[in-house]
Design a protein around this ligand. Structure first.
Ligand SMILES: Cc1cc2nc3c(=O)[nH]c(=O)nc-3n(C[C@H](O)[C@H](O)[C@H](O)COP(=O)(O)O)c2cc1C
Length: 185
C-alpha cells in the first residue's frame, strides 16, 4: 500500500506534514467561527489553501468526521481581480460541507482597479470595507451552527456506507472504528 495513503487512512497525526496541519486543525476544533480568506489564482482558490483542505479531508464525513464541526459556523472571504469568484469560493465551501459544516457564508469581491489593495481607490477600498464590516456584524454574538439538511443527508449516506463496510471487514478500519467509537454505527 502507498505509505501516504496508509497514513491517511489511519490517523492525520501520522502525516509527514502533521507539524503544520495539526495546529490548524486543533485551532479549528476550538474556534467559535472559522474564517477562510484567500485570493483567486487561475479561477480557483490558491494552491496553498487547497493543500491545507486536502490534508483535512481525512476528517470528511466519508472518513473520520469530528462532531465539533456539526455546530461550527464559517465564513469564506475571496478576493480576485474580476468580479465573480464563485468557483473559487466553492473549492472551500465543498470541503467545509464534507467536514460537516452547514452554516457557511461566502463574501467575494473583485478588486477590478488593481492586483492588490494598495492599487485601489479609496472609494473601492471603502466599499469592500463596508461589505466586510456588514458581514462581521452578523457574528458579533456567539451562536452555534446547526446541522442542515444537505449535511444530514450526506452524513446518513456515509453512515450506510460505513455500516456496509463493517459487515465485510474482519477488523474495523480506522474510519469504521471512529464511527463505532462515536456511536454512529
Ligand atoms: C498567478 C495568479 C493568477 C490569478 N488568477 C486570477 C483569476 O483567474 N481570476 C481573477 O479574477 N484574478 C486572478 N488573479 C488576481 C488575484 O486574485 C488578485 O490579484 C488577488 O488580490 C491576489 O491576492 P494576493 O496578493 O494575496 O496573492 C491571479 C493572480 C495571480 C498572481
Amino acid at each position: 500500500m502507498n505509505i501516504r495513503k496508509g497514513k491517511f487512512f489511519k490517523d492525520g497525526k501520522l502525516c509527514p506534514h502533521a507539524e503544520y496541519t495539526m495546529p490548524i486543525w486543533n485551532a479549528m476544533l476550538k474556534a467559535d467561527l472559522l474564517v477562510f480568506a484567500a485570493p483567486v489564482y487561475a479561477l480557483h482558490t490558491r494552491a496553498q489553501m487547497k493543500a491545507l483542505l486536502d490534508h483535512l479531508c481525512c476528517h470528511w464525513m466519508v472518513h473520520r468526521p469530528d462532531k465539533a464541526m456539526f455546530t461550527k459556523r464559517a465564513v469564506i472571504l475571496m478576493n480576485s481581480i474580476g468580479a465573480s469568484n464563485r468557483e473559487a469560493q466553492k473549492d472551500i465551501a465543498t470541503s467545509l460541507q464534507w467536514l460537516g459544516i452547514s452554516d457557511v457564508r461566502c463574501l467575494g469581491f473583485g478588486l477590478i482597479e488593481g492586483v492588490n489593495w494598495k492599487e485601489l481607490s479609496d472609494k473601492r477600498k471603502n466599499k469592500i470595507n463596508r461589505k466586510v464590516i456588514n458581514l462581521a456584524e452578523k457574528y458579533v454574538s456567539f451562536k452555534p451552527g446547526h446541522m442542515g439538511l444537505k449535511v444530514r443527508v450526506l452524513f446518513n449516506i456515509c453512515k450506510m456506507i460505513h455500516k456496509g463496510l463493517l459487515k465485510k471487514e474482519e477488523t474495523p478500519s480506522a474510519d469504521n472504528q471512529h464511527w463505532i467509537d462515536n456511536g454512529w454505527i
